[in-house]
Design a protein around this ligand. Structure first.
Ligand SMILES: Nc1ncnc2c1ncn2[C@@H]1O[C@H](COP(=O)(O)OP(=O)(O)O)[C@@H](O)[C@H]1O
Ligand SMILES: [Mg+2]
Length: 282
């Protein structure tokens, strides 16, 4: 008995540790609702949404409606809350107050994983693997005729099919480390094709900086225009030329929506927007 008791004491400490660890995982676990989500049908509705980090109010009473397959661009000074708003729309962070409705259902109550599977995210610096185009697009899917068709479909939608098929290796062309032999525009198109290969409803592009070369800038504008009407496009834009054709441009100022409208409306009505555009046309 003494022996068994000693053995028990040896492990009981780690038992307590493990329990503490499990509890802390539970406390910080991301909340996911129970409602099944298959796809976006009508619209996303942001209702009186505010968000703060602790005491700091970041977004203040945002109201916005985003119909399916429309393109919405967020503009505003750095720190005005564009990325935070997009993160809320993706369900990455919950609103402090107010609601985000997806087809009239509260985003908080949806199965978050299923919802997020319908979202594609494009960054300015996509990772390109030192592997074939097929693997870069499909993330090493099985090489079946169906998957190949889907890959080709995605390449076409992302306007990079011609480029790929001009290469000797076609889908088997190996892209160098981090796409060393691709231009900025091609790299972005490859990463768009990668997102479109998954079946998604919402495509998000967050331009991290305004430091774009003109080729990439043009490519981004062409991509946005080509995808218009097929996906719900949410763009955080720094270069205003890329969002000339967006259905709605939302101008954020210190966490609130200052104005919204299309490019020419804002140009006419909002002196601040006009100034932003003029400053970039130098
Ligand atoms: N994790 C965080 N914790 C605290 N404050 C943050 C955090 N992330 C962003 N902020 C603050 O929220 C505000 C809005 O940031 P952000 O949404 O990134 O603006 P934008 O994308 O328009 O530049 C900024 O004042 C920023 O400092
Ligand atoms: Mg940002």
């Amino acid at each position: 008995m003494q022996y068994a008791w000693n053995k028990f004491l040896e492990v009981s400490g780690s038992l307590v540790n493990l329990q503490d660890f499990q509890n802390s995982l539970k406390v910080n676990q991301e909340y996911s609702g129970k409602l099944d989500f298959s796809n976006l049908k009508n619209e996303i509705n942001v209702k009186n949404v505010s968000f703060s980090y602790g005491e700091n109010g970041i977004l203040n009473n945002i109201n916005l409606s985003i119909p399916k397959n429309k393109s919405v661009a967020f503009v505003g000074e750095s720190g005005s809350g564009k990325t935070t708003l997009v993160n809320l729309l993706c369900g990455l962070i919950p609103p402090t107050s107010g609601q985000i409705l997806i087809d009239d259902l509260n985003l908080n109550e949806l199965n978050k994983l299923q919802f997020q599977q319908r979202i594609g995210y494009i960054t300015q610096e996509p990772v390109i693997f030192n592997d074939t185009i097929f693997n870069n697009i499909t993330f090493w899917a099985k090489r079946t005729p169906e998957n190949e068709m889907r890959c080709i479909e995605a390449l076409k939608k992302a306007s990079v099919y011609e480029f790929v098929y001009a290469q000797a290796g076609k889908l088997d062309t190996v892209l160098g480390n981090n796409g060393i032999n691709l231009s900025g525009g091609q790299r972005q198109r490859i990463s768009i094709a990668r997102e479109l290969y998954k079946e998604i409803d919402i495509l998000i592009m967050d331009e991290a900086t305004s430091a774009l070369d003109s080729e990439t800038e043009r490519a981004i504008q062409e991509n946005i225009d080509a995808l218009k009407g097929q996906y719900t496009l949410l763009t955080v834009a720094h270069r205003l030329s890329t969002i000339r054709n967006a259905d709605t441009i939302v101008l954020l100022e210190r966490g609130a929506i200052k104005e919204q409208g299309n490019f020419s409306e804002l140009l006419e009505r909002v002196p601040k927007f006009k100034k932003m555009v003029q400053l970039q046309e130098v």
